[in-house]
Design a protein around this ligand. Sequence first.
Ligand SMILES: [Zn+2]
Length: 553
Amino acid sequence: MPTGVSFPTYEALTASLTDVAARHPHLVELASLGRTHRGREVWLLTVTDRRTGPPEAKPAVYMDGNIHAEELTAGAAVVHLLDRLIGGAVDDPDIQDLLQRRTFYLVPRANPDGADIVQTTPYPWVGNGRRLPPLVPERGLYYDDIDGDGLVLWMRRPDPDGEWKTSDRDARLMVPRGPGERGGVYYRLFPEGRISAYDGGAVLVSRPQDGNLNRHFPADWDPDEYGGGPLPLSEPESRAIAECLVARPNIGVAIACHTHGGVLLPPDPPSEVPFPFEDRELFTAINKLGEQTTGYPAISVLRDFTVPGMPRRHGVFNDWAYLHLGMLAYTVELWDVIAEAGIARQDRQPFHPLTEDQQIQLLRWNDQALGGDGFVPWRPFTHPELGAVEIGGWKYIQVFRNPPTTSLLEREVDKVARFVLELAAALPELRVSATVRMVGPDLYLIGAVVANGGYTPTSVTAVGARRVGSVTLDLEVADGMTLVMGSQHLTLPHLSGRSERPVPWNPWVRQWTPNAHRVEWLIRAPRGGTVAITAATARAGAQRLEVRLGAPD
Ligand SMILES: [Zn+2]
């Protein structure tokens, strides 16, 4: 059984999305957010039951995947949610209900050029393919498939000063040489590739100048960030995504799917950036919900997911979506081969060095679960610059960056779908109700209550309250009616949700804010007339209510 899942090509994906939209016109609309520099479309699917209102009038979830070229699984997670929604529209009452009340904006392949390069060439870390690999530097080693087996693996070269030796317990495994260790066979380890301008001295490895679309967003963007580009949103893919979110103020939840690590990453702002207590509390509660639905721990990007000694990341989508747009934003890192092999570890950062025991355990898992196919045994090769080397190692993209089998893939993507459906259900939802009392001849007192029936506040987050317009209440009256008291257009503060009230009221906790407002109008009108009341706010939808003024004569 060859290791690695076969993901759809851009053409196959485009055909299947087009087909889904054509077969379900009342549910799915397919549009392009923008075109890549190699002429591919960044597809957006807008999914909602249009019979209950247009997409923009409903609270919404945004979800994308595969912004990093190698992370095809992340795109499969978005397609899986689409499948769940389409399938559930037929026979799942919970999904039917959600589709009536919510909109899902789905971007299954945020970086189609990069994905295509990963699917058709052996190169890892290709960004969006603005510069096609192999990226040949002036000096130093660069990735290349020098033995032509379709994979970029590792090279080991015998060297008496080398840092590595072969494990006594498994000849495939390279383990560190001890600080004072002498007299054995030692190796240097390098990524598989060629060396530009090699002078026989140190082999230096150049970082591929691939461009990292998830360092392009205008939150804490830094020109020195690796892959951040010359200015924020400098590539068409990142710009298309940013414009998509800004143009859709009904989006309250943003989910960026990535691999790997098997973790949920809520925003983790630097300590000097304000992080309102209400939002900390909300994210803490949603972290728990996410852990229960996915089995992935919710961890801190900086403390638990950053290589020690490396700076914090800049220009990340998730930070921008929360800090600038006030969305409930999560990065989901799908799939963790380390955990799959049953290896426990303290931190979750994906470049954590494993102990020899842990690596042996990983190889055993490979032997049992994959028939040994996830690791290519070392084979001699004559390198054009280095001479005699051996090439071998893990099939990194097929085993670490993506689950190696279809059944593992299906299990992982369903975890994310469950979480996203829970988040959609937790969004705010305006409700309006009214009473009418006749207080004199042709004189009516109308009382309306606008309330939030959802879990999160109507702004979704405290930051969001500054980003989206507050609640509006509009009264439409017919010809021949006179408004005696009250205003036809009212602007009301945002309403809290159930999330504000994790414990019963007591005087020593954060005090409640209103989850409903009541207003009154006095109208002179002929008996039997009708007025309409509309409550709206971008992230909690709109509701229109018609009110009859007494019984007709
Ligand atoms: Zn990623």
